[in-house]
Design a protein around this ligand. Structure first.
Ligand SMILES: *Cc1c(COP(=O)(O)O)cnc(C)c1O
Length: 400
């Protein structure tokens, strides 16, 4: 039998369950927009841990918060108070206008908490509504209930029996949402921009429309801002572009800047949890909340968000400039969250070609490339990424 030490470079990952295809390289170091593998190859990273590293790889703020907090207190117990959790809760509620927050460790877990809160709120209403309207193509995570809530084809039947109480409506269509409301409906749950579906931006006014429907029909509006929140779209929270305030909002990914933390926030009318309703061993631990506080204090600065919008413009203009040459069907996105719809189904070949040339980009669909860089990406890095994308598209076009 072949043995290999876990630290040997490039060791095949026999001991890992095969849940996704990964290139053989082992990533060993990151800094800003760059990632290095065990062979010394450097990659310009426009995936950033899956839109997670909002401040880039290993930013000094996070290193500082982690080391200082680790030396002070890592986990007292979820049943005891800690200071970073209080500070982060205070900042998040004052910046979002929502009343209270519950911390968790992943986006799916925050969404589970949102669904529990909405169902509890529904149980206190006259008709005891429970159903949550979600959207075709939507993505809310990989727990059983969140797979049932997601609108990826086939996902709501993959591991039967699946939790029920979710119904799918076409995304971006407020009239369809209104028509789907019944006496059983308690909430509408959407992403402000669908991320995993390939950065699908709804028509202007969609969120405002959903807000009106929720108000008229007495429903809760749940916004899953796990991917769009924390500056990704050029506003701290995506709903702020339309001033369509949610009753419940979930955050994850960029909130921790690379460490696992998520949050579920709610307006006071929806805050109905009582003791015993929700919990979790690591929820709100000071190590993660201290990091998220640093991330939030950085990203929420108006000049930081203005730079995200300016960088996003540069990226968009660059992609738009290639549109004719490569026959892109669409360039869509907002802030530093962009996708390109190609003329053909070669997106996976393009990401492989880009990887070999030292650029990390993602293909959420066979015909779609997605870019989710560090919110600190520089103009020079944007230009280098655009050039590398151009080159990768050219070589795939030549080869096919
Ligand atoms: C990534 C994502 C999730 C799930 O987050 P995890 O941390 O992977 O559980 C939920 N909703 C949206 C919109 C996401 O992009």
């Amino acid at each position: 039998m072949q043995t290999s030490s876990p630290s040997s470079p490039g060791a095949p990952a026999h001991a890992l369950m095969p849940i996704t295809a990964r290139p053989p390289q082992v990533m060993v170091r990151g800094e800003g927009s760059y990632l290095w593998d065990d062979r010394g190859t450097c990659y310009l990273d426009l995936i950033q841990g899956w839109a997670v590293n909002s401040l880039g790889h290993c930013p000094p703020e996070i290193i500082g918060a982690l080391t200082a907090q680790a030396a002070q207190l890592i986990t007292p117990s979820p049943a005891l108070h800690n200071a970073p959790q209080h500070a982060l809760a205070e900042r998040l509620t004052s910046l979002s206008g929502l009343a209270q927050v519950h911390f968790a460790n992943s986006g799916a877990e925050a969404n589970e908490a949102a669904v529990k809160l909405a169902r509890k709120w529904g149980m206190q209403r006259k008709h005891r509504p429970y159903e949550i309207l979600t959207t075709d193509g939507g993505f809310h995570g990989r727990t059983l209930a969140m797979m049932a809530a997601s609108g990826k084809a086939g996902w709501d039947q993959m591991f039967p029996p699946m939790p029920t109480g979710f119904r799918k409506v076409p995304f971006g269509d407020a009239a369809a949402m209104r028509a789907a409301v019944t006496e059983q409906t308690v909430a509408i749950m959407v992403e402000p921009i669908q991320g995993e579906a390939g950065v699908i931006v709804p028509p202007a006014g969609y969120l405002t429309g959903l807000r009106e429907i929720a108000d008229e029909c007495g429903l809760l509006l749940i916004l899953d801002e796990v991917q769009t929140g924390i500056g990704r779209t050029g506003a701290l929270f995506s709903f702020q572009h339309e001033l369509a305030a949610p009753d419940i909002m979930t955050l994850g990914k960029g909130l921790g800047g690379g460490v696992p933390i998520s949050a579920m926030l709610a307006a006071s009318r929806a805050c109905c949890f009582e003791h015993g309703d929700q919990g979790g061993t690591y929820n709100g631990n000071p190590l993660m909340t201290a990091v998220a506080l640093e991330v939030l204090n950085t990203v929420s600065q108006p000049p930081f968000l203005a730079r995200v919008r300016a960088a996003g413009e540069r990226l968009r203009n660059g992609l738009a400039g290639m549109r004719q040459r490569h026959g892109f069907r669409e360039v869509r996105g907002q802030g530093l969250f962009w996708a390109v719809r190609l003329a053909d189904d070669h997106a996976n070949a393009v990401t492989r070609q880009a990887f070999d040339a030292g650029l990390l980009i993602n293909a959420p669909r066979p015909d779609t490339l997605r870019l989710m860089p560090s919110l600190r990406i520089s103009d020079a890095e944007i230009d280098a990424a655009l050039e590398a994308i151009d080159t990768a598209l050219q070589s795939v076009a030549r080869a096919s």
